[in-house]
Ligand binder design. Sequence first.
Ligand code: MN
Length: 232
Amino acid sequence: MTAYLFETPEVVSVPVIGEDKEYPIHRVFCVGQNYAAHAAEMGSTADTEAPFYFTKQLHSVVMSGQEFPYPPGTENYHFEMELAFTINKPLFRCSALEAASAIYSYGCALDMTRRDLQTAAKDKKRPWDVAKDVENAAVIAAQTKASDYGAISNQRIWLSVNGEVRQDSDLSDMVHSCTDILCDLSKFYHLKSGDIILTGTPAGVGAVAVGDDIHGEIDGLEPVQLKIGPAD
Ligand code: MN
């Protein structure tokens, strides 16, 4: 047995409603600009040909219902409310049918973003990593099994800050569906159990401040909650 020089990372996992066992997360893929109105507010146009992606490392993943400090290195930290889903089968260059059968669960998620650094990166044609791959910035709520949830159609997706609704849309506004995303993403990666995909945010993104309570919901799923604490 291999011995290590220091303690290895703990497994990061998310509860699944009705299951004793949690879903261990391996990788976090995120889709950019998957709602036309959000693409427009970012000064862009949604690409209907194919989704595009960025990733978050496991240090970004935290469970819903906690407080985390306002992160370092930004003065414009934004909320993005999103539908997340997980898979439980290997997928590589998959068909839509294979993709649909691999979707294991759905849940609410927040893709917290250093918007100032993202804007600067776009301007300088640099990568988005420090804008998106932020510690504690992928907030995940308990998952609902796809078999218990049924089809994604026009479920409402919304987010409020301190009780005031800021994002309000429905899932039928997604440019690329969950199965479309898997068909495309599996051209680039050997997807497998443990992969979670955040599917993009509707319009209405905005800045948070210390003390804010962020609350996001999608019809029929567990809400996601985050409190912004003082910077550390
Ligand atoms: Mn996002």
